[in-house]
Design a protein around this ligand. Structure first.
Ligand code: NAP
Length: 280
């Protein structure tokens, strides 16, 4: 299988690096093209040094050349460049196109292809994904939504790429704003929680570098337990709160100060902005 990456900045580059070092990429070819020429050579070196076979990396001179040689094309350019790239690469006949651009719907992607080559958007196989930055450490949460032209076989093939950098789940496209709130943007508010924990530890006498490790490991451990447990999140919380103990004091204070509502309101602000961006 030949997988082409157009735009290998923060997000596209993180997915590519994670994929290249996972067993899922073995035997496949990776084609890359980024407008910033240095990115191509730096990326080729980085993935080769992570163990991906050098002879299976192809740096393309332009997007058309990349599309002609790829089976799957992953678009990692900013939302405001997607229209130009799609008009440029249309018709991209028979290729599976995967876009991660926030606020760019499948209908828009089809329209841009049609503007490049009439009829190509209607026939195109398109998957829209919403990953998040923990892809860089192989812990992404990625949603995947497809148009009617994508077969189960094509979809399963694409899913192996995003499963290789974390967890990928199919969702209907109208849930993508919700995905932005719960996983796309949420690393930022999770960092806020870690920051508050670490700062409080420092205020109580711990060295800053130690406080960071303690706070991060507590969050990661709790998340891993929650992911693996069959118990409800509420029950997991209750399990840590012994009556008359320390944790119940912290939990009651957080409830009293509106912690749950604050998180829900922040989440909703991200969702509302995502809806606005789609409408723009
Ligand atoms: N960052 C996130 O947390 C996140 C989460 C979910 C989804 N996304 C989506 O991921 C996409 C990429 O975001 P990012 O933060 O990774 O952006 P980025 O770091 O700016 O990466 C985009 C790359 O694409 C290159 N590029 C621009 N036009 C191109 C073209 N015509 N052909 C080939 N390469 C081109 C850019 O080069 P130049 O710099 O030279 O223009 C840049 O290196 C966006 O659509 C965004 O909505 C991001």
């Amino acid at each position: 299988m030949k997988i082409g990456f157009i735009g290998i900045g923060n997000m596209g580059g993180s997915i590519l690096k994670g994929y290249a070092k996972s067993p899922a990429s073995a035997g496949n070819e990776i084609l890359i093209h980024d407008k910033t020429t240095e990115n191509n050579h730096e990326m080729a070196q980085a993935i080769a040094s992570s163990g991906f076979s050098n002879k299976n990396i192809i740096i393309c001179n332009d997007n058309k050349e990349l599309v002609a040689q790829s089976d799957i094309i992953i678009l990692g350019v900013k939302p405001n460049s997607v229209d130009d790239v799609l008009r440029e690469i249309a018709p991209a006949e028979g290729k599976l196109l995967i876009s991660m651009a926030a606020g760019v719907s499948i209908a828009k992607l089809e329209r841009y292809l049609n503007e490049g080559a009439e009829g190509s958007g209607d026939k195109a196989k398109i998957i829209r994904i919403m990953p998040n930055t923990p892809a860089r450490v192989g812990m992404a949460m990625t949603s995947m939504s497809r148009n009617a032209n994508v077969s189960n076989e094509d979809f399963a093939l694409a899913k192996t790429i995003f499963d290789s950098v974390g967890i990928a789940e199919e969702v209907p496209e109208d849930l993508i704003d919700c995905v932005i709130g719960v996983s796309g943007s949420s690393p930022a508010y999770t960092y806020m929680y870690i920051e508050a924990l670490a700062k409080a530890a420092v205020d109580n006498g711990m060295a800053a570098d130690k406080a960071r490790v303690f706070a991060c490991q507590a969050v990661m451990g709790a998340a891993k337990m929650a992911l693996e447990s069959k118990e409800s999140l509420e029950q997991l919380r209750i399990n840590v709160c012994s009556p008359g103990g320390t944790t119940i004091e912290a939990v009651n204070k957080l409830f009293e100060n509106g912690f749950m509502d604050d998180v829900a309101e922040g989440f909703q602000a991200a969702v509302d902005r995502s809806k606005e961006m789609t409408a723009e």
